[in-house]
Design a protein around this ligand. Structure first.
Ligand SMILES: C[S@@+](CC[C@H](N)C(=O)[O-])C[C@H]1O[C@@H](n2cnc3c(N)ncnc32)[C@H](O)[C@@H]1O
Length: 204
């Protein structure tokens, strides 16, 4: 994870996702802290959640160099130990593929976001091309076994909406340099769905 998720392309995507973050930010799936160097100075605190202790150890240098204070506030994005409305923004990069109940994690993000707060994400998932999709389905079991529960074929946009959020922007593309089954990327923002508000149409 520390190497595979730290390519030129993932760094480019991370910097786009992190750039608008401000205030107190929740990160689900902190991993090895690869987003830390991309956090803008407008972030005042990072509340990090991840079950993997080894990730924190590998993040040691990035944590020491980060100007943003980081609190580790729990192990499971599906059940956050945070008050309702207690963060300004939330961040998830390449994590909704792995959390067993990703919809529950999105619901939890929505619960802890302050009113009007935004969820910022970049995730890989279910591709639009039939041939790529068939390979994603075929190889999903193998991927889960070799990559700590990672799924190739999750429809991230649907998961976010079914988790009670409205997509406010969505860019989808094949990440450069990745095999297509891993590279289809959903990058965007979402906010808690207000009842009676329609979902915007998705691009492209
Ligand atoms: C592919 S790694 C991505 C790590 C990091 N977000 C990044 O961008 O480099 C997936 C991460 O999801 C974490 N994860 C797995 N289950 C989780 C859960 N229930 N709650 C929060 N994070 C979880 C894993 O421990 C791992 O750090």
């Amino acid at each position: 994870m520390n190497v595979a998720c730290n390519t030129k392309e993932t760094r480019r995507i991370r910097s786009m996702v992190c750039e608008p973050l401000t205030g107190v930010v929740l990160e689900i799936g902190f991993g090895t802290g690869l987003n830390l160097p991309h956090l803008p100075s407008s972030v005042t605190r990072l509340r990090a959640v991840d079950p993997l202790q080894k990730g924190r150890e590998l993040a040691e240098e990035r944590l020491a160099e980060s100007p943003v204070a980081v609190d580790f506030v729990g192990l499971d994005g599906q059940s956050l130990e945070l008050e309702d409305g207690s963060v300004d923004a939330a961040l998830s990069t390449w994590t909704l593929c792995t959390i067993p109940d990703a919809r529950a994690a999105v619901r939890e993000v929505g619960r802890v976001l302050r009113p009007g707060g935004t969820f910022h994400f970049a995730e890989h998932g279910r591709a639009p091309d039939g041939k790529v999709r068939r390979w994603q389905d075929r190889l999903n079991g193998v991927q889960q076994r070799v990559a700590c529960g990672c799924n190739l074929n999750r429809d991230i946009a649907a998961i976010i909406q079914e988790g009670g959020m409205t997509l406010t922007s969505l860019d989808m593309f094949y990440a450069k340099g990745d095999p297509k089954i891993l590279g289809w990327t959903y990058r965007g923002t979402a906010q808690v769905t207000l009842s009676g508000v329609d979902q915007p149409s998705r691009s492209p």
